[in-house]
Design a protein. Structure first.
Length: 107
């Protein structure tokens, strides 16, 4: 299959998926995650995946390990926070208390 045909099929599948009434496809801006927070998480994920390319400086092996641990911990914390805030407004989790939802997100 040539590149143009594959691209067209991919675009059509993506656009068709937006027709679903899934909550993730909603345009309700008030219930969307903060764009800056998402960009920051992606930036940190790039530092984790490509430390030599995206690092601010060269780390020795032991400091690289500590830096990676702190960065991964930060990503997990922020992802849990964003996920919790988005799930608070999702109908699928409406019957859960805040504590139950926090436990569910932490899983």
């Amino acid at each position: 299959m040539d590149f143009d045909k594959r691209t067209e099929e991919t675009v059509n599948k993506l656009l068709k998926s937006y027709e679903d009434k899934k909550e993730i496809n909603g345009i309700d801006i008030s219930n969307q995650p903060d764009k800056k927070a998402i960009i920051e998480i992606i930036s940190k994920l790039l530092k984790i995946l490509y430390p030599g390319y995206y690092s601010d400086r060269i780390y020795r092996q032991y400091s690289l390990k500590n830096n990676m641990a702190a960065t991964i911990e930060d990503v997990i914390f922020n992802m849990n926070k964003i996920t919790f805030n988005v799930c608070k407004y999702a109908n699928a989790f409406a019957d859960l208390s805040e504590d139950e939802l926090r436990e569910k997100v932490a899983e």
